[in-house]
Design a protein around this ligand. Sequence first.
Ligand SMILES: [Zn+2]
Length: 264
Amino acid sequence: MPEGHTIHRIARDHAPLLVGRPVGASSPQGRFVEGASLLDGRVVERIEAYGKHLFHWYEGAVMLHVHLGLYGKWTVGRDDPPVPRGALRLRLTTDEAWFDLRGPTACELLGPGERDLVLARLGPDPLRRDADPSKAWDRISRSRVALGQLLMDQSVLAGVGNVYRAEVLYRAGLSPFLPGRELDRERWDLLWADLRALLRAGVRAGRIVTTEREDRDRRTGRPRREDAHYVYRRTGLPCRRCGTTVRTQVMATRNLFWCPTCQS
Ligand SMILES: [Zn+2]
């Protein structure tokens, strides 16, 4: 599933091609015909990312809400759009570019106030300047639930997914099984700061790299895919720092990866 950095990257990449322009909108698949007809011809005023949610603000207080879920994907091109194929939920076109959306969990129009309802269900997003980390702390510091589960809960923190969960806990030396209320404030502040730094790096690079250079097998140049993470998808391999076998088990419906020595 795309994590928050992907959605912020999409917002950043799409904005210069969409904002301030009228769009053509259609739903070749047929599942968003009414919505598309309401968007058709309107000017995009703003594109906003919040956690894993994307919002297009259109003139006339019309808003498009997209959540990619597990399988959703945007495809963008500059030339003439290709002949529509497959489950193409939404196609947006401008005089310069086209944007095809396939397979989202949510693709809907929101009325006034409905965006606030979506945001009210979400914790702070470390990628946003207006994020208030104390809101997440309030939840975590009162919870008996394990950190590895809390970090995946979008109502605690928005945008964190399975890769960042595993990696940020490893980097902090924190057990994913530690109950939230046993975390102290200082370690939470460090965790938040690291999460923000990692997510920002993810937006810039368009991929998740969490390893420090000295912990990679190859220590120069752009990290290879197999060098990018400490524990994520490294089950059975030796920990980069202590050599202990990396373990996995399901937590919050996804595979959790951790080093039982570095994160005890
Ligand atoms: Zn280790």
